[in-house]
Structure formats: structure tokens, C-alpha cells
Design a protein around this ligand. Structure first.
Ligand SMILES: Cc1cc2nc3c(=O)[nH]c(=O)nc-3n(C[C@H](O)[C@H](O)[C@H](O)COP(=O)(O)OP(=O)(O)OC[C@H]3O[C@@H](n4cnc5c(N)ncnc54)[C@H](O)[C@@H]3O)c2cc1C
Length: 428
């Protein structure tokens, strides 16, 4: 659930309702079965339907139950890895293919949102990567140099320029990426679902996939209520792959380190105050290793996030940390009420890049977006659709599934380590 006794997710409180869907009942056939109704699965469904293919999406819970309904809503271009490192590790061909495809990702998201009239608070006004201290400012300078060499509309801002765009003097500078922007993340994933349905795709919710058999060139994918038989399968379960026991394509779970990330949102701020914070409504995150993020929503709520989970034992610590950080960034804020709070799972990979896998004959998937999945999921969903419908090459080389070195240990470390750090910094 996006909201329960430990979560009151802002995005589910303010998004327009999801299109009506129901569990799969009985046996069906399709050209492609897609497992998971997040950005990746639904972008695949939309683009397959557009190409005249019959796409059936099976979702264990609800549309956007995974990262797609819980994230910050920063529509970023590219991955964390700096462009030069990407070319160094992936080679010129794959490095440039990824840089180009993901660099155009935000434009793809905003174009889809506009073309299908999605109600998702889309603001195509750039994002700000905020520098922390001198080393953060240096890092942003290097990022700016590398992107500018590739012709990207990215610039480093000094401390004063950054203060004007954020309303706080804390950052040492910022990287303004004009390709990027913000959305209401659940609104966007529901918009993708509506668009896919309007083009003829089928979406079944509360339909967890529990078995898969490949026979005579066809996959038979089973849920408790029925089956779908199709020549192709797209696995789009990403960081929520462990959700359903006995999931037949669960092997990718071993290569992901799960990073929990929480957010708190204030009540709508009085207009005069809301206009002092991020007046042009760019969304931000910073250069800290345990990063924090900041954005406003359409109604003027301030949304703050950082690494960690909101469990009964940790929610008080994280809330105190959020309060204290917001008060130090914006001393003019009155006593704030943090009405909304929720967390989600981010799938991290060993090289901070997504992985493209084949799980068997005509069974493909991309996962591990390292906290950059809005544009990336949209782009890879489209790429998989084109691969199936038009025979186009994928934009990422295929890799074998391998276990993440110390993956489970790191997952535990992220949870406990961030909690301790926030405990300490909320008291000093
Ligand atoms: C807190 C947080 C903040 C983030 N911030 C940002 C951000 O600001 N910008 C950005 O670009 N990215 C961000 N991300 C990352 C981004 O949200 C994800 O990369 C993206 O949503 C992944 O989309 P997806 O469709 O691949 O997977 P998901 O949205 O996770 O969808 C996977 C779906 O598969 C379903 N599923 C799992 N198992 C089964 C099964 N057996 N049968 C059927 N269905 C199944 C799940 O229920 C889920 O709905 C953030 C992520 C989190 C968690």
C-alpha cells in the first residue's frame, strides 16, 4: 500500500484517481506480457500498443505501488555517473548511446505528459544539484565541464545565484540542468496507465505473477486468478522484485542493493512564504554521500527527503532530522507540521548503471535505475517496446545477472547507518 499506518503518501493524497482496473480472471493471450505497472512496464505497454501489439500488464498490487508512486519527482537527464566515466567504462559506442538516450529522457517524459494530457504537475524548468562545501562545489564544476563539452544546457551557479533560486544561503553553489524538471510522480505513472489503456493495452492489478513456463515458443505466465500466454515477456519489477514469494524472475533481486529513502511534506505554506522557497520550482538534491532532496508541490507544500526507512522504530528520528534541517535551511519558516511521510526502495547496482537482462527466450528486462528512474524507466520501456515490435537493438548491452558484492550487508548498512546519522545530526 502507498499509505498505511506508517505511511501517509503525499502523492496518493493529491494525484487524480487511478483508472479502474481489476484482477486477471481466466486465461488470456497477448503479444507481450509485462510484469509490473511502474514507469518501465507502462511505458513498454504504451509504446507496444502504439505499435499495434497486444500488451497485457500484470501488477501485484496497484498502479505505481513501487518506486513510481513514492519518489521525489525529479525528472533527471542521465545517470549519476559522470559522462567521461561512462565512456571510459562502457566504451565510446555504448557510453554515447546511453548519454544521448537518457539525456533526451526528460523531453520524452514531458512530451508524453503533454500529448496525453496527464494530470501530473509537470514543470519543465530544470533541476538544481546543490553543492555542499568546497568539495561539492568542485564536483559540480567538473560535472558542468563534462556536460557542456557534450553540448548539454547545464551550468554551474555560484553561491549567490543559488541562494536566489532556492531561498537558502546554505549551498556552496548548484548545477542547473535545464533539460530536467519535476512531476507529481504518481500522477505521471497513472497518466501512463490511462494512455496505455486508451491505446488498447490491458492492465490487471492485484495480479501477482507466481509462475512462468516456456513451452513451444510461448510463455504461460500465472497469477492466482488466471494466466496469460504470449511469445514475449517484459520483466519490470525492479527494486520491488522481492515483493511476491515464488516470483519466477526473481534472480535479478540478488544484484540490487536496496537503498531506502524517506520523505516528509509540510502543509501548504502561506503564499508569501511558499514564494520565497524555490520560487521557480526547480527540484533539488545535494552532493552529500547520504543525500537529501527538496522540492515544492503545486499546492506549495515543501517536500524533504533523505536516505532511510520510516519504520515505527525510526520514524521519530527521521522526523526530528527533517524538522531540524528545514529550520536551518529556511529560518523564516514557522513551526511546521509534517503531515505526509512515506518511504520507498531504490535499486542500486554495483556500477551505478542500469542492467539489461535476458531471463530466457524472448524474456527481457531492465532494472537498477539507482534513483533515476522517471526518465530512465520511460526511455527503457520504449526501447524494449521497439526491440520487440520493430527488432531495434537495445540501447544497453546485455549483461548476465550476478550477485551484488555484499548486497544484503550494504542494504542493512544503508538502513541503520542513515538512521544513526540522522539521529546524531538531529541533536547537534
Ligand atoms: C523514495 C524514492 C525516491 C526516488 N526519487 C527519484 C527521483 O526523484 N527521480 C527519479 O528519476 N527517480 C527516482 N527514484 C527512482 C524511481 O522511482 C524508480 O527508478 C522507478 O520508479 C522505477 O520504475 P519501474 O517501473 O522500473 O519499477 P517500479 O515503479 O518499482 O515498479 C515495479 C512494480 O512491479 C510490481 N511487482 C513486483 N513483483 C511483482 C510480481 N511478482 N507480479 C506483478 N507485479 C510485481 C510492484 O508492485 C511494482 O508496482 C526514486 C525512488 C524512490 C523509492
Amino acid at each position: 500500500m502507498l499509505s498505511d499506518k506508517n505511511h501517509n503518501n503525499l502523492w496518493s493524497a493529491t494525484a487524480r484517481p487511478a483508472p479502474a482496473t481489476h484482477p486477471l480472471q481466466g486465461d488470456a493471450t497477448a503479444d507481450v506480457v509485462i510484469i509490473g505497472a511502474g514507469y518501465t512496464g507502462l511505458s513498454s505497454a504504451l509504446h507496444l500498443a502504439e505499435a499495434g501489439k497486444r500488451a497485457v500488464v500484470l501488477e501485484a498490487k496497484s498502479i505505481g505501488h513501487g518506486g513510481s508512486g513514492r519518489n521525489v519527482g525529479l525528472v533527471n537527464a542521465g545517470m549519476w555517473v559522470m559522462p567521461n566515466d561512462l565512456i571510459k567504462t562502457q566504451g565510446e559506442k555504448w557510453g554515447m548511446t546511453l548519454i544521448t538516450a537518457l539525456g533526451q529522457g526528460p523531453a520524452r517524459v514531458f512530451e508524453l505528459a503533454e500529448r496525453f494530457g496527464m494530470d501530473c504537475e509537470a514543470i519543465h524548468n530544470g533541476t538544481l544539484h546543490l553543492g555542499v562545501g568546497a568539495s561539492g562545489y568542485e564536483e559540480l564544476g567538473e560535472r558542468a565541464r563534462q556536460w557542456q563539452a557534450l553540448g548539454a544546457p547545464v551550468e554551474r551557479l555560484d553561491k549567490d545565484q543559488t541562494a536566489k533560486l532556492t531561498g537558502t544561503n546554505a549551498p556552496s553553489g548548484a548545477l542547473l540542468d535545464k533539460r530536467a524538471g519535476t512531476i507529481q510522480p504518481l500522477g505521471y505513472v497513472r497518466g501512463l496507465a490511462e494512455a496505455a489503456l486508451s491505446l488498447g493495452a490491458e492492465i490487471y492489478t492485484v495480479s501477482p505473477v507466481t509462475a512462468a513456463v516456456h513451452e513451444d515458443g510461448l510463455w504461460r505466465i500465472s497469477t492466482p486468478g488466471g494466466t496469460v500466454t504470449a511469445p514475449w515477456v517484459i520483466v519490470a519489477t525492479n527494486a520491488y522484485t522481492g515483493l511476491v514469494p515464488d516470483f519466477p524472475f526473481a534472480s535479478q533481486r540478488e544484484e540490487l542493493t536496496i537503498l531506502p529513502y524517506f520523505q516528509f511534506a509540510t502543509q501548504p505554506l502561506p503564499e508569501a512564504m511558499a514564494n520565497r522557497i524555490l520560487p521557480q520550482r526547480q527540484g533539488c538534491w545535494d552532493t552529500r554521500t547520504v543525500m537529501t532532496s527538496l522540492r515544492m508541490d503545486k499546492a506549495g507544500r515543501l517536500v524533504f527527503g533523505s536516505v532511510g526507512a520510516l519504520e515505527p522504530i525510526s520514524v521519530g528520528t527521521q522526523r526530528a532530522f527533517a524538522r531540524r534541517t528545514l529550520a536551518s535551511l529556511f529560518p523564516f519558516l514557522p513551526e511546521i507540521t509534517l503531515d505526509h511521510f512515506w518511504h520507498g526502495q531504490i535499486g542500486m547496482t554495483d556500477n551505478a548503471l542500469p542492467k539489461f537482462h535476458r531471463y530466457g527466450p524472448n524474456a527481457i528486462g531492465v532494472n537498477g535505475f539507482n534513483g533515476r528512474g522517471i526518465a530512465t524507466g520511460t526511455v527503457f520501456g520504449q526501447a524494449m517496446a521497439r526491440h520487440i515490435a520493430e527488432g531495434e537493438a537495445m540501447i544497453l548491452p546485455e549483461t548476465k545477472i550476478g550477485a551484488a558484492p555484499l548486497g544484503r550487508t550494504k542494504t542493512r548498512f544503508y538502513k541503520l547507518g542513515s538512521q544513526m546519522l540522522h539521529f546524531i545530526s538531529s541533536r547537534i
